[in-house]
Ligand binder design. Structure first.
Ligand code: PGA
Length: 251
């Protein structure tokens, strides 16, 4: 399966000018990259401008709302994002779950995004690893709730991102996840998906996020059982982000 590297800029950078600089540097840096899909998810406000800077980098949003238009102050619909040239959308990120987003809400957004033509990057992952391994159940429940009602025909459009919250760069007292942690969970996720969707899941990409860097990218891609990576902090530094893309390209 073609590897995918997705940069999650989160609520950065502060100005459109800085966003343009960062995006242009990445564009230059990935000249010659052919085998790896590259996606950047900037704040949605910058998308219109960034879209003009590269054809090679696909754009993603960090959230999407349901409906096409309507009385939902502050929201942006999946259909509007699609019309603005966006093709991917991160849904259910732990930072949004922290603000109160439930799997039920994420499920509505996943279905709406699919019907709008976007590829959802569905985030799942546990906050802590308890000794009784309850986190497996938690991940299973998140996955099943978020994909409830998604059809076999559309499942291959979904990218499942496993992101253990305890490994995210901004988590207090964070620790590193290993490629072994990742592999075990990737196998578990694929099993749940195949029980639910059958053979279609062979085409579903499972990716890893959580302090991805140039130092660990090769290990996660080679030994973590995943088809891509989603760096956050490292995607805000063009050199570091390009390094990760080049590692993926070589594998
Ligand atoms: P990080 O963020 O790479 O800075 O840990 C990844 C994410 O939370 O999307």
């Amino acid at each position: 399966m073609k590897k995918i590297i997705i940069g999650n800029w989160k609520m950065n950078p502060l100005t459109l000018k800085d966003a343009g600089k960062l995006f242009s540097s990445v564009t230059k840096g990935i000249y010659g990259i052919k085998k790896t899909d590259v996606v950047i998810c900037p704040p949605v406000l910058y998308i219109e401008r960034l879209k003009k800077l590269s054809k090679k980098i696909s754009l993603g949003a960090q959230d999407a709302f349901w409906g096409e238009v309507g009385p939902f102050t502050g929201q942006i619909s999946a259909h509007m994002l699609y019309n603005a040239g966006i093709r991917y959308v991160i849904l259910g990120h732990s930072e949004r779950r922290e603000l109160g987003e439930t799997s039920e809400v994420v499920n509505k957004k996943v279905k709406e995004s699919l019907s709008a033509g976007l590829r959802p990057i569905l985030c799942i992952g546990e906050s802590i690893r308890d000794e009784s391994h309850g986190y497996f159940n938690l991940v299973k429940n998140q996955l099943e709730e978020c994909l409830n009602g998604v059809s076999k025909n559309s499942i291959s459009k979904v990218i499942v991102m496993y992101e253990p919250v305890w490994a995210i760069s901004s988590t207090a007292n964070r620790r590193d996840a290993t490629s072994g942690d990742c592999r075990e969970m990737a196998i578990f996720i694929r099993k749940i998906l195949s029980d639910k969707f059958g053979g279609e899941v062979a085409n579903v990409r499972i990716i890893y996020g959580g302090s991805v860097s140039g130092k660990n990218a090769e290990d996660f891609l080679k030994n973590g059982g995943v088809d891509g990576l989603l760096p956050g902090r490292a995607s805000l530094d063009a050199k570091k982000f390009v390094e990760i893309i080049k590692i993926a390209e070589k594998i």
